[in-house]
Design a protein around this ligand. Structure first.
Ligand SMILES: C[S@@+](CC[C@H](N)C(=O)[O-])C[C@H]1O[C@@H](n2cnc3c(N)ncnc32)[C@H](O)[C@@H]1O
Length: 234
């Protein structure tokens, strides 16, 4: 990483662009350990190979967005199936999934959309700022025969339109700054009549979220010490 290019201090750049330019094998080993890495390789990386899709490979935000946008928009890295199932396992006794929609805000290549399609939500929807990633998501959904039941839309989360039925919002630390404020404000504004839930993975911006939503719980899931905050609207 070249912090000068970002116009930021080294620490700020590292925080905003996590792992973007580090060797992924090394990141995996550090995060998951040897056994955990093998699990991820089998359950997520090999899964792509056997299903002829592309979801697991990360993409740096500087490849996806122009320099100015990349300051607030984070890279693509996929949630593991295990972490996703753990998160929904936490919510399942508290939320009736069939009461509404699941929305992945920053849906990338559609990995979480694929995983969420296994749960009884009314609809599964994704919103992704990168047209390149969204094309890959659409291709993945078609390959898996999910194109009729799952929608993946290209757009900026700062302009998110919240539907009456949207119930669970999933955010794997997709963005920060003004985009985050705008997006959370829109979800909060739409929540006066209906209760909504947020699943926030890698919650570095918790201070912002808690201005809009009530924290239900913070959980750490294995493998990988995946930290997830759960919020509800008041
Ligand atoms: C960490 S990835 C998460 C991908 C997916 N949700 C998952 O968990 O597997 C964050 C995603 O948010 C997208 N993103 C960043 N800024 C965005 C914005 N303003 N609007 C919509 N998507 C955005 C990135 O392009 C990236 O695909």
């Amino acid at each position: 990483m070249n912090p000068d290019e970002q116009g930021n201090s080294a620490q700020q750049a590292q925080r905003k662009l996590p792992d973007n330019h580090r060797n992924m094998a090394w990141v995996l080993l550090q995060k998951y350990g040897l056994v955990g890495s093998l699990r991820v390789l089998w359950r997520d990386v090999a899964w792509d190979y056997f299903h002829r899709v592309d979801t697991a490979k990360p993409v740096s935000n500087t490849e996806l967005f122009n320099k100015a946008d990349a300051v607030e928009r984070n890279r693509y890295v996929a949630t593991t199936f295990e972490a996703f199932d753990s998160a929904l396992g936490y919510l399942a006794p508290r939320v009736n999934f069939s009461d509404g929609n699941f929305v992945d805000v920053g849906s990338g290549k559609g990995k979480v959309l694929i995983a969420a399609s296994q749960y009884p939500f009314r609809r599964v929807k994704g919103l992704e700022a990168s047209a390149v990633l969204n094309q890959i998501a659409l291709r993945n959904l078609t390959t898996l025969g999910l194109e009729a039941t799952v929608t993946a839309t290209c757009g900026d989360a700062a302009n998110i339109i919240v539907d009456e039925d949207d119930l669970v919002f999933y955010l794997f630390n997709p963005f920060t700054g003004a985009v985050l404020e705008e997006c959370l404000q829109r979800i909060a504004n739409a929540s006066r009549e209906r209760k909504r839930y947020l699943v926030y993975v890698n919650p570095t911006e918790h201070a912002v979220y808690q201005r809009y939503f009530k924290l239900m719980d913070t959980r750490i899931f294995q493998p990988g010490n995946v930290e997830i905050n759960f919020y509800e609207t008041p």
